[in-house]
Design a protein around this ligand. Structure first.
Ligand code: DX5
Ligand code: ZN
Length: 229
């Protein structure tokens, strides 16, 4: 997969759930084509979010939109099928929760979804070498997962750069996604280092205008693509 411009993927965790449909529609009106769903179980991460039932509702509110489901849960294998059935296009799992990562990735593919692997801030890129050729996306967590609204961890930039170098050297095609603390100040730099998909929660939904927030982020992201290193 390659795209002409970097992708902005709003994280619905930061949306106002009393008007989720309206907030999704505001994203679609601003030409958002990719939404990020954060699934937390209160075990792998210290928070609980929502499950397949809500993802299915999101799918109904956005029938044509690419839905990326980020599983921050123990034993993700048990939930691959329910989220695929709910309408996920891509399911990503944490390297830290998968003792049989290769099998889990195959399981995701067998459900007809694209697959992603995620690394926490303290997990090195090198650990992913054996799985690069099997995944469609690598997600670099730039905060410790569990909550929206945290500050971006600067060392994530090095990981993005390294992943992009590996991708160039090996001619593999996985997408590079970044999640956590993405905002107008850092998004140009993230794209410049090689990120293709930026997840943004607070910097989209906790703003006065969702559409202005999206336009602002998008123009800064496009500036980064212009001088990709
Ligand atoms: C954190 C989640 C993120 C989070 C991003 O565990 O994976 O997707 O919602 O929120 P912001 O953009 O506010 O850091
Ligand atoms: Zn996420």
């Amino acid at each position: 997969m390659t795209f002409d411009s970097p992708i902005l993927a709003p994280s619905l965790l930061a949306a106002d759930f009393t008007k989720l449909g309206d907030e999704i529609q505001a994203c679609l009106d601003s030409e958002i084509r990719w939404l990020h769903c954060d699934i937390m179980d209160g075990k792998f991460v210290p928070n609980i979010s929502y499950g397949p039932f809500v993802v299915e509702a999101i799918r109904r509110a956005a029938p044509e939109t690419f839905l990326d489901v980020h599983l921050m849960i123990e034993n993700p294998d048990a939930f691959v099928e329910p989220f695929a059935d709910a309408g996920a296009n891509l399911i990503s799992v944490h390297q830290e929760t998968c003792p049989h990562l290769h099998r889990t990735i195959q399981h995701i593919k067998n459900q007809g979804c694209l697959s992603g692997v995620v690394i926490n801030p303290a997990t090195p890129v090198d650990t992913l070498y054996p799985i690069f050729e099997d995944v469609d996306l690598v997600l670099v967590m730039s905060v410790n997962p569990g909550f929206g609204g945290q500050s971006f961890i600067e060392s994530s930039l090095k990981k993005i750069y390294k992943l992009n170098e590996i991708r160039k050297q090996t001619q593999m095609e996985f997408l590079i996604q970044v999640d956590g603390g993405v905002n107008r100040e850092n998004c140009t730099q993230l794209v410049r280092k090689g990120a293709d998909v930026l997840v943004a929660g607070s910097s989209v939904f906790k703003q006065e205008s969702i559409s202005e927030a999206i336009q602002g982020l998008r123009s800064k992201m496009n500036a980064g693509r212009a001088d990709l290193v």
